[in-house]
Design a protein around this ligand. Structure first.
Ligand code: NAD
Ligand code: 89Y
Length: 341
C-alpha cells in the first residue's frame, strides 16, 4: 500500500501531539507543515525534522502532492481551510470544535460531499481506551438495557496556561470541553431528542462559562446527565479523566477515578484497571488524551485506505455540534428544554 501523505496546518500547542502520533501511524506520514506564525513553524519543523514548510495553506496544498490535510488550528479558520482542501480533492481531518455555527458545520459537510472527499472531525475523547471499555461493557449485555447515565468531567486544572484563548473566548466550557462529553454521551446512549442546560462562570478572570450541567433525553427513553466544570477544586485533581456512571436493567457500570472500571450485576462485581497506555512520547496527566490522538489518527488512515466513512465523520459530528448549540440556547433561556436540530 502507498504511504498516505499529509500536510498539517497549525503548529500550535495541540498539534505537537498530532505530530508525535502521526509518526506511529502505519501507512500515513506528515510531509509538510503550515503555520502563519513563522517562529512556531520553524520550531515545529526542527522538532519533527519536517523540512517542507509553508506560511500559507493554499500554497502548501498547491505545491505538495498530498492525500490529506490535518487541520489543527482553532475554530475560526476551520471553514475556509476545509473548503480550500475539499476543492482540491484532499481528504480532511479537522480539530474540534468543528465549527463556530451549525451553518458553517453544514457548509463544510456539503463541500466535502460535493467534492467526494473524506471529512472526519478530530473528536478524540470517545477514542480514549477507558471510554471504549465502558462501551464494550454495555455492549456485552452484562448490565441489560441502560436507562440512565452520567458523564462527568470536573477539574480545576489550569487549562488557560497552554490555551490562553480559553480565558478570552465568549464561550468556553461547552464549546471546548463539553463538546467531547456530549459526544461521549451520544456514543454511549444514542441520539438525543431533548436537552436542558444551565451554566455559570465561577472564575472571575475568564470571559465565558466554566461550569455546565446538561440533561439529555435520548431515543429509547434513556436519560443522561453531562456535567463539566473547570472550577471544581478537589482534594485530588482528576484532569483529564471523564468519569462515567451507567445504570441498566440488570446492573451498573462505573468508570471511576484512576481508570477503575466496575461492572456489577446479579453474578457479582468485577473491577478492572482500564488505564490508557503511556505512549513513549506521552506525558502524564495528558497521556489519556494523547493516546486517543493516536487512536483517532490510526482510524482516519484506516478509513482512507479502505475507502470507508469514519466513525466521527463531519456528518456525524453535526449531531454533537447541534447539542452544543442547543445547550447554549437552553442556558440562555434559563434552562428551558430544547429539541436540538
Ligand atoms: P494554538 O493557538 O496553540 O495553535 C493554533 C495554530 O494555528 C497557531 O500556531 C496559529 O498561528 C495557526 N493558524 C491559525 N490559523 C492559521 C491558518 N489559516 N493558516 C496557518 N496557520 C494557522 O491552538 P491549540 O491550543 O493548539 O488548539 C488548536 C485546536 O485544537 C483548537 O480547535 C482546540 O480546541 C483543539 N484542541 C483539541 C484538543 C483535543 O483533545 N481534541 C486538545 C486541545 C486543543
Ligand atoms: O481544548 C480542550 C480539549 O479538547 O481537551 C482538553 C482541553 O485541552 C482543555 O479543555
Amino acid at each position: 500500500m502507498d504511504m498516505l501523505k499529509g500536510g498539517l496546518i497549525g503548529c500550535g500547542f495541540f498539534a505537537q501531539n498530532h505530530l508525535h502520533a502521526w509518526r506511529d501511524v502505519e501507512g500515513a506520514e506528515i510531509v509538510a507543515l503550515c503555520d502563519r506564525d513563522r517562529a512556531r513553524l520553524k520550531a515545529t519543523s526542527e522538532s519533527f525534522g519536517i523540512e517542507r514548510c509553508y506560511e500559507d495553506a493554499a500554497a502548501m496544498m498547491d505545491a505538495e502532492k498530498l492525500d490529506f490535510v490535518d487541520i489543527a488550528t482553532t475554530v475560526a479558520t476551520h471553514r475556509s481551510l476545509v473548503e480550500m482542501a475539499a476543492a482540491r480533492g484532499l481528504a480532511i481531518i479537522c480539530q474540534k470544535p468543528f465549527a463556530d455555527s451549525m451553518e458553517d458545520g453544514k457548509a463544510m459537510v456539503a463541500a466535502a460531499r460535493a467534492h467526494e472527499v473524506t471529512l472526519m472531525v478530530h473528536e478524540n475523547f470517545r477514542w480514549q481506551s477507558p471510554i471504549r471499555a465502558v462501551r464494550a461493557a454495555i455492549d456485552s449485555g452484562a448490565i441489560g438495557s441502560p436507562f440512565w447515565g452520567r458523564v462527568s468531567f470536573r477539574s480545576a486544572y489550569d487549562v488557560y496556561a497552554a490555551q490562553p484563548y480559553l480565558a478570552t473566548d465568549e464561550r468556553f466550557i461547552i464549546q471546548d470541553l463539553g463538546i467531547h462529553i456530549l459526544d461521549i454521551s451520544r456514543f454511549l446512549f444514542g441520539e438525543v431528542e431533548t436537552l436542558s442546560a444551565r451554566t455559570t462562570r465561577v472564575n472571575p478572570r475568564i470571559r465565558g462559562e466554566d461550569v455546565a450541567t446538561i440533561m439529555l433525553g435520548h431515543e429509547g427513553n434513556v436519560t443522561s446527565i453531562v456535567d463539566c466544570s473547570y472550577a471544581t477544586k478537589l482534594p485530588r485533581e482528576n484532569f483529564p479523566e471523564t468519569l462515567i456512571e451507567v445504570d441498566g436493567s440488570h446492573g451498573t457500570v462505573r468508570l471511576g477515578a484512576d481508570y477503575r472500571l466496575q461492572v456489577h450485576n446479579g453474578s457479582g462485581t468485577r473491577e478492572t484497571d482500564v488505564s490508557p497506555p503511556l505512549l513513549p512520547w506521552a506525558e502524564k496527566p495528558w497521556h489519556n488524551i494523547q493516546e486517543s490522538v493516536f487512536n483517532i489518527e490510526r482510524h482516519f488512515a484506516d478509513c482512507l485506505s479502505r475507502d470507508i466513512e469514519p466513525e466521527t465523520s463531519g456528518e456525524d459530528n453535526l449531531k454533537t455540534l447541534a447539542l452544543v448549540y442547543a445547550a447554549y440556547r437552553s442556558a440562555e433561556e434559563g434552562g428551558r428544554m430544547q429539541v436540538p436540530g
